[in-house]
Write a protein that binds this ligand. Structure first.
Ligand SMILES: Cc1cc2nc3c(=O)[nH]c(=O)nc-3n(C[C@H](O)[C@H](O)[C@H](O)COP(=O)(O)OP(=O)(O)OC[C@H]3O[C@@H](n4cnc5c(N)ncnc54)[C@H](O)[C@@H]3O)c2cc1C
Length: 420
């Protein structure tokens, strides 16, 4: 018998953007389904061990909180479990981050979803979209039992790879205008490190250089982000870079295997050349290599590098971004940073979320319409909660009234305590 379901709003992808969108849509009154192919929500945070939420705050002194609403609800859940009592600054770049524990994050996100009456659907992958007269009528998903259909009045593409937009025939671009992508990185989590060990990125850089000089094969990046995890004191390192097309299984397979070899090379370098790491061991890689960039949607407005760096404001602002531009140009190369004017924030307009050519489809998170410089800031998870929240509200209004006027979306976001 054919399995068929019907909702007001369906959100595809349960990362930061998808959580923001689903909770935002449900809080606007929409019957909302959140579809995720993994066995847990969190996207890159839980599935690629990207265990620091960036973008909730500006970088100035003092910092200012610029993401509220659903993002704040997530922080509240983390706080209830003793895993959040305010952000901290990183040792080298002095950026403001919220460190995470993966298991606490999984449960905190489950609780946000359940409390807001979103219907969760894990282990389901979206594989097709049925479009009629410029609107998605239904999507097709697959699980182990086979394909099934879900109809809805409006949809949010929070898949990270703009999968739904692509399936629905909406406009997408791959990487920058030349098809160049930010590099991917396999996260490595290292345990058995002495509490007094100095894991400052510059010390780590020295150890990697010594490792390279000693002939350890497979090391790429020397200087990158290295943070201590809350609670356990494990060290998380963002160093094992790979060039990969994150849309294609064959390319991903090569990159996963190569990056795992890198992880063991870094462990060897740390054990030999970083004091306090002599008994270190690899707690975890990934699980999946972290993909920074694949497709972006073509929306009604492409957010530009100048908008970000000059801290521009828009009358249809639905979110704020405050993370500096952080480029990962190629595997092994140092990250390139550019500060936002006055270490302040920029607005993200609703038009950057509206997918051109598909009337009832909204984009969220790292899929929104950005140029390469703007993307290097707006992609972080704090900002993804905010663009997701707005996309969810816009989708709920589209489903109930056929349209989502920017001022109506802003009014509803303010009612839900978003910071705009
Ligand atoms: C190595 C690395 C380090 C980073 N460091 C940081 C950092 O320190 N802090 C920070 O804030 N950001 C960081 N980022 C950026 C950030 O992780 C991403 O840009 C962010 O996760 C975007 O959120 P999202 O919800 O748009 O996408 P994602 O987190 O990618 O979530 C998308 C979700 O959609 C699901 N999905 C995709 N297709 C389908 C489908 N067809 N059917 C069902 N489900 C589907 C995926 O399984 C996934 O769970 C980093 C990224 C990488 C790769």
């Amino acid at each position: 018998m054919e399995r068929k379901y019907s909702y007001d709003v369906v959100v595809v992808g349960g990362g930061a953007a998808g959580i923001g969108a689903a909770v935002g849509a449900a809080q606007t009154g929409a019957r909302t389904l959140l579809v995720e192919k993994n066995p847990y929500f969190g996207g890159a945070a839980t599935h690629s061990s990207v265990l620091t939420y960036c973008g909730f705050f500006t970088q100035g002194e003092p910092y200012e909180q610029i993401v509220g609403g659903v993002g704040q609800q997530v922080l509240n859940q983390l706080a209830k479990m003793g895993m959040y009592n305010g952000p901290r600054r990183t040792a080298r770049t002095r950026t403001v981050i919220v460190p995470l524990d993966p298991e606490v994050t999984k449960v905190a996100l489950d609780r946000c979803i359940m409390e807001s009456k979103v219907e969760p659907l894990l282990h389901a992958q979206v594989i097709a979209a049925e479009v009629q007269q410029g609107r998605i009528r239904a999507i097709q998903c697959i699980d182990h039992a086979g394909p099934f259909v879900i109809e809805a009045g409006a949809f949010v593409d929070a898949s990270g790879e703009a999968n739904l937009t692509s399936l629905a025939g909406g406009g997408v671009v791959f990487g920058d205008d030349q098809g160049h992508l930010q590099s991917a990185t396999l996260m490595i989590r290292i345990g058995g490190v002495l509490a007094e060990a100095d894991a400052h990125p510059l010390k780590v850089e020295e150890a990697v250089q010594k490792g390279k000089a000693a002939g350890i094969v497979g090391l790429t990046k020397e200087l990158g982000t290295v943070v201590r995890m809350p609670g356990c004191g494990d060290v998380l390192a963002i160093l094992c870079d790979e060039e990969v097309n994150g849309l294609e299984a064959a390319s991903l397979t090569r990159a996963e295997i190569s990056a795992r070899n890198q992880a063991w090379a870094y462990l060897e370098a740390f054990k030999r050349f970083l004091p306090g790491f002599e008994n270190a061991y690899l707690v975890q890689t990934g699980p999946q290599i972290g993909i920074r960039e694949t497709r972006h949607v073509v929306g009604e407005y492409c957010l530009k590098g100048e908008d970000v760096l000059e801290a521009r404001r828009f009358s249809d602002a639905i979110a704020r971004g405050g993370w500096p531009v952080e480029l990962h140009p190629e595997p092994g190369a140092p990250n390139v940073w550019h500060q936002i004017k006055d270490q302040s924030f920029y607005d993200i307009p609703l038009r950057s979320l509206k997918v051109n050519g598909v009337d009832n489809l909204w984009a969220a998170g790292r899929t929104i319409d950005c140029d390469p410089i703007a993307f290097a800031s707006a992609r972080v998870m704090g900002t993804a909660f905010a663009t997701g929240h707005a996309a969810g509200v816009a989708a709920a209004l589209t489903s109930s009234s056929g349209q989502a006027d920017a001022q109506a979306v802003r009014a509803e976001l303010l009612r839900q305590e978003a910071i705009i």
